[in-house]
Design a protein around this ligand. Structure first.
Ligand code: CP3
Length: 345
């Protein structure tokens, strides 16, 4: 299928585009009343994720409503632990919960490397339906969590400010940690390859909990596995977004991927210097900037675009959009990127 708008793909390949492409992490979801309506008609988040037609519908909503240059498949990073044998629940207003966690070698024995088509067929079906319904309007982003971030949830069982239980395992049981991280990595590789085969045009890896590791452990227990994934996803461009990994930017410049996502704390020019001239950078407006006035959002967005420069940039926030942001403010951000970046060419 020929893409009518392939800006983000061309930008990810380092080509000079007529304007800067824009999308938002967590664009499909609670900021949109249209999403909340679909969600309310089902028993909950997990049913939505597992119903391909409805997942496709909420994937496409932000393309229609916000005017973004890419869709991201509606799913969650936590489908991987479930496919490996560790199911999750999504608790209203609290977030994910794993009734069982991994504590020991015997817990690990109960898990398996996920088989993409039999264990995650619902995501692959959602990708196929979405591609058909998008009809080439914009590219579709597939995604997975980085092995380290998935490991955090599988050990800890729920969100945490420190994930100290997961970190403790790196010190006390590094062999067990490596075994689990390798199983997650193998599951993720099969899953991402299947997403690409189903139609994903570009892949993003989310390392949401990168920032809680010291630099040496980050290289040893996270980048090592991200790098295995990058080395084998060759068919489409890959983006690595490691939140808080300011200490690993130089090393990320060496990954076999096209784009590096920056969070809002990472200086743009400093990051370019550390990462080097080759990679495309994605980001990185503070999600809270969208609580400002229309004029303030325009100024903040223009300042960001000036710092990145016209090419090798995909505009985004520095993390996911917060649920209570007014969609009208998101539209101001998207429109400003489109108009201002086109005028700078
Ligand atoms: O628009 C999109 O980005 C596509 C869908 C998407 C979701 N989760 C849907 C979702 C994506 C890409 C994710 C990734 C994800 N999930 C990450 C990495 C990105 C990040 O924010 O750092 C993480 C850490 C998770 C795990 C997760 N899922 C948490 C911690 C929570 C609860 C807190 C929260 O942010 O809502 C979820 C739930 C979740 N995932 C929701 C959505 C739309 C809200 C559930 C609901 O509708 O009730």
């Amino acid at each position: 299928m020929e893409l009518k708008n392939d800006l983000i793909i061309r930008a990810a390949k380092g080509e000079q585009t007529e304007r800067t492409p824009v999308w938002l992490m967590r664009q499909a979801g609670r900021i949109l009343p249209e999403y909340r309506a679909v969600r309310a008609s089902l028993s909950g988040f997990i049913e939505l994720v597992k119903t391909p037609d409805r997942a496709a519908e909420v994937t496409i909503q932000p393309v229609d409503i916000l005017g973004v240059d890419a869709a991201i498949i509606f799913s969650d990073i936590l489908v991987i632990p479930e496919a490996m044998g560790l199911p999750y629940e999504m608790v209203e207003k609290k977030g994910p919960l794993f009734p069982e966690t991994v504590d020991s070698a015997s817990d690990l024995k109960k898990l398996k490397v996920a088989d993409a088509s039999s264990d995650l067929g619902y995501v692959l079906d959602a990708i196929k339906v979405t591609k058909r319904e998008l009809d080439g309007r914009v590219p579709l982003i597939g995604f997975a969590g980085a092995p380290w971030t998935i490991f955090c949830y599988m050990i800890e069982g729920h969100g945490s400010k420190t994930f100290s239980k997961a970190r403790k395992m790196l010190y006390n049981e590094p062999v067990l940690a490596d075994q689990l991280l390798q199983m997650i990595t193998d599951s993720t590789i099969a899953y991402l390859k299947a997403q690409v085969a189903a139609g994903a045009d570009i892949i993003q890896i989310f390392d949401s909990w990168a920032g809680i590791l010291p630099a040496n452990l980050y290289e040893r227990f996270s980048l090592k596995y991200i790098s295995q994934i990058c080395d084998v996803i060759e068919e489409v461009p890959v983006t690595v977004f490691a939140k808080g990994a300011y200490f690993a930017r130089r090393a990320m410049g060496q990954l076999n991927c096209q784009t590096i996502g920056l969070d809002w704390n990472m200086g743009i020019r400093e990051s370019r210097g550390l990462i080097g001239p080759e990679k495309v950078l994605q980001g990185n407006l503070d999600p809270c900037a969208l609580y400002g006035s229309e004029r303030e959002i325009q100024i903040a967005t223009q300042t960001m675009l000036d710092s990145f420069g016209p090419y090798k940039h995909i505009a985004n926030l520095g993390h996911g959009v917060y649920p209570d942001v007014d969609p009208e403010k998101v539209k101001v951000f998207v429109k400003t990127v489109k108009e201002y970046s086109a005028a700078q060419r």
